[in-house]
Design a protein around this ligand. Structure first.
Ligand code: KG4
Ligand code: ZN
Length: 356
């Protein structure tokens, strides 16, 4: 089956065509993306109104481009999938309404996709991967650990109680006068810095459970920046290195608890797997932390390539294909949802806003 996927939940406008074969394997036929980073950069973060307008101006052209790249027409597809949440409501409405119009006009099934489910299932588009597996989702909007038990079946065992990890990178970058998005720049500067110069806090390290907190770390960075006054290039590099070291320590601590919990829950899974997704998964220092940790706990580590870890429409199309294969379609009055937790049983973390 061939699915058209649409992603408009944040600052990427994207369209893709993905095929799912009867054996469960996947193939990306086209995957086009338009990043709005330059539109938002002057403001140091994503401006919802600008994002929604940009999605509306570009989406139809991107869908046409994706169809042309895949050498398909709308008559060749078996369903239309769009991110319906969580995310910025204006952008979600643009993508979901477009998908509904196409589904109605062409009498194809609609698949209203949870963006987090799309991230969670991407690994299965690329590799044969059975349920259950453990998912660490680290992006600009989300920081969660989920047990993925099946399509539509998630158990959240960890979440941030305040900022998302990518947000912590971006805020640190902003404090250092670096441009948005700051994650890659913090990583580059950290390579030149002395991680031992500043002793930043390791929030929640050693505590029960697998939750994360990053706001105290951000405050510590701010206080350090204020105390130093004018920052030399070496100061900036040392702050980045110290910040990344603190994050790596926190990840090691929180994640090792999650790996143990997964193994205790699924003792019969012979080769447990950790999947890491989201933009921050591109960070090499954290990648090597995850590799070491997985080797120690007997887990295989899967990190999709960066262009499929960050927001894209291939993951949305794939989630649509996985759902359609199970007959899980949505009505044309499906609602866009700013907040939409993957695990409906999970406790709401008020400090984390829509992101928990
Ligand atoms: O998944 P993503 O593209 O968008 C969503 O938030 O959904 O993630 C973007 C986030 C940004 O916060 C960005 O700073 C961060 O991922 N990021 C990184 C790196 N590359 C991107 N953070 C740390 N190190 C990186 N190399
Ligand atoms: Zn995302």
């Amino acid at each position: 089956m061939t699915i058209l996927g649409i992603e408009t939940s944040c600052d990427e406008t994207a369209a893709a065509l993905v095929r799912r074969h009867p054996d469960g394997s996947g193939l990306i036929l086209a995957n086009v993306i338009l990043s709005q980073i330059k539109d938002h950069a002057p403001y140091g973060g994503v401006v919802p109104e600008i994002a929604a307008r940009a999605h509306a101006s570009h989406l139809d052209r991107l869908i046409k481009t994706a169809l042309a790249e895949a050498r398909l027409t709308l008559d060749d597809i078996d369903g239309v999938a769009a991110t319906a949440g969580p995310g910025l409501i204006g952008g979600l409405l643009v993508g979901l309404t477009t998908a509904k119009a196409l589904a109605l006009a062409k009498a194809k099934p609609l698949l209203a996709i949870n963006h987090l489910e799309a991230h969670a299932l991407t690994a299965r588009l690329l590799w044969p991967l059975d349920f259950p597996y453990l998912l660490l989702l680290i992006s600009g909007g989300h920081t969660q650990i989920q047990i993925v038990e099946g399509v539509g079946r998630y158990r959240r065992i960890g979440t941030t109680i305040d900022d998302a990890l990518g947000e912590a990178f971006d805020k640190t970058a902003k404090l250092l006068g670096l441009s948005y998005p700051g994650g890659p720049q913090v990583e580059a500067l950290a390579l030149k810095g002395d991680a031992g110069r500043f002793d930043f806090p390791r929030p929640l390290r050693g505590r029960q459970g697998c939750n994360f907190s990053f706001s105290g770390l951000k405050t510590a960075v701010r206080e350090t920046v204020e105390a130093l006054g004018r920052l030399s290039p070496a100061d900036k590099a040392d702050i980045c290195a110290g910040f990344e070291a603190a994050i790596a320590d926190v990840m090691r601590d929180r994640l090792s608890r999650a790996l143990k919990q997964f193994k205790a829950t699924f003792a019969d899974v012979r080769q447990p797997v950790l999947v890491v997704a989201g933009g921050v998964a591109a960070n090499r220092r954290l990648k090597s932390t995850f590799e070491t940790l997985c080797a120690r706990h007997g887990f295989s580590l899967i990190i999709p390539p960066a262009h499929l870890c960050t927001d894209n429409a291939a993951m949305v199309a794939w989630a649509g294909a996985e759902r359609l294969a199970l007959g899980l379609t949505d009505p044309l009055d499906a609602q866009a949802r700013a907040r939409w937790p993957l695990d409906p049983e999970a406790k709401r973390m008020t400090g984390a806003g829509v992101k928990a």
